[in-house]
Design a protein around this ligand. Sequence first.
Ligand code: ADP
Ligand code: MG
Length: 591
Amino acid sequence: MAVSTENRPALSPTTDTQNNAQAAAQTIDGFQLVIEALKLNGLDTIYGLPGIPITDLTRRAQGDGLRVLSFRHEQSAGYAASIAGFLTGKPGICLTVSAPGFLNGLNALAHATVNCFPMILISGSSEREIVDLQQGDYEEMDQLAIAKPVAKAAFRVLHAEDIGIGIARAIRAALSGRPGGVYLDLPAKLFAQCIDAAAGRASLIKVVDPAPRQIPAPEAVQRALELLKGAKKPLIILGKGAAYAQADADIQALVEKTGIPYLPMSMAKGLLPDTHELCASAARSFVLPGADVVVLIGARLNWLLSHGKGKTWGGKASKDWGGQKFIQIDISPQEADSNVRIDAPLVGDIGSCVSALLQGIGSGWAKPPADWLNAVHEKKTTNVAKMAETLVKNPSPMNFHSALNVVRDIVKANPEAMLVNEGANALDFTRSIVDMYRPRKRIDVGTWGIMGVGMGYCVAAAVTTRQQVIAVEGDSAFGFSGMEVETICRYDLPVCIVVMNNNGVYKGTDKDPTGRDPAPTVFVKGARYDKIIEAFGGVGVNATTPAELRKAMEDAIRSRKPTLINAVIDETAGTESGRITSLNPSAAKKK
Ligand code: ADP
Ligand code: MG
């Protein structure tokens, strides 16, 4: 342990070693304070990548009993931390080196903020004096300034005695109110600073009630209930905020007591089983425009819900929107009216808001009119039957449907398994085909619809839940974090990756009109992704039929061995951009 000269007593040469040890015992350095502050707050897992100046922090944290998971790229470590935050309700910790490592982690920090996941990115940084004078230090960068615009909050700690405060502030910022990504800048010099051990330990803070309940105002609850009472065609939309809030039983009770059909957003699938009689997923394009009062629970009216406007919703011919009324439950008081008028905003934490609604509803609540419920049910039955027909087809080569029919069965048989999902077609089809049965089991591309979260999510999901993880990956999506299969093998995690290999982005059929190069959207034809995991001792399987895929997935789940299945999919099977074709500028121009 390094001891700073200021704290060091005058020593005679003969007793130097002895006194040094004594001095060290009475002092504590920055490394140790960071570790103890994290432990004090129950933050027992670090997702990161060692290097200057945080290598010793990773070593000593591991020595002190923290779980330190080392990745091959900071972006994956960051995504792992972000989803650990979503799954556990504690901020996920990502630890990186300075400038380039920090920048690699920044993507995940922004992702956490955008998705409302609590996460703390801790990065080592270079000497402040040199950075601020731009004198060209090793990995010189003003990291704090760069992190600020994409973080919910950003802090820098310069003195060892402030480490406790710095970490407490980061935890509070990440967890309280609308959760988000927080940046904590720890300059290299800080780690070696030594202070008196007792004073240092006394300076650490165990954060009390970091995510305080926020009780909704009684009049806001009343307003919402009045609106809901008058509804003829009510609909509940559950977002990932509802999944994060861990108010599962009350949310289920609200749906069932009111008898209102509900739509789960992607990561809210399984909050109630997708097979629930009130689940309206299979009638989505009917209920969105059809509903007269919509209750949003932890879901924003962003692009994923067509901003609550237009043809998707109950717009009138004269006015493109405004035909529906909204109740919005959200912890952020600024969320209401962001896209359309919210008639009854209910500001508070979802647990408190839902329980207040439940109390207000009491026992005499009338179920929605039968014609609405019947219409939803009918639409749903027709669509489910149509989908069932498609799913039983067994074309050769496999397409997304026949492959996902297998995944659907496997998830049904293993409802506790975590499902990681990213891609374009691989994402859209999985979301609609694979039913989820338990809360917080489906984790995916989130608010931005990004690629690259896959393997980082797999690691965090396996580590935080200890459940089997199944990852359904587009071949393009997998490429962003594919090297992390080494991480998965190294920690021997029960992860079964299914790469939906259709030879390219969207499809594998594009051609370079000049005939010179492969088209920008295509990859090596017939690539064998399964060989990648074999390099690290995992199990690789090439599956060309649903039967082969089924057997490989069953084997993986039985053995809990890291497995990568190369599912060979018809290269003509995908569509451009999956379900968001309309967002391509050329498609928009044609409209
Ligand atoms: P989805 O994409 O699934 O629709 P969003 O990410 O758009 O979900 O919305 C999540 C919303 O949930 C955010 O507006 C966020 O403020 C809110 N939220 C997150 N946690 C809580 C909570 N504990 N209580 C209330 N609202 C929450
Ligand atoms: Mg593809």
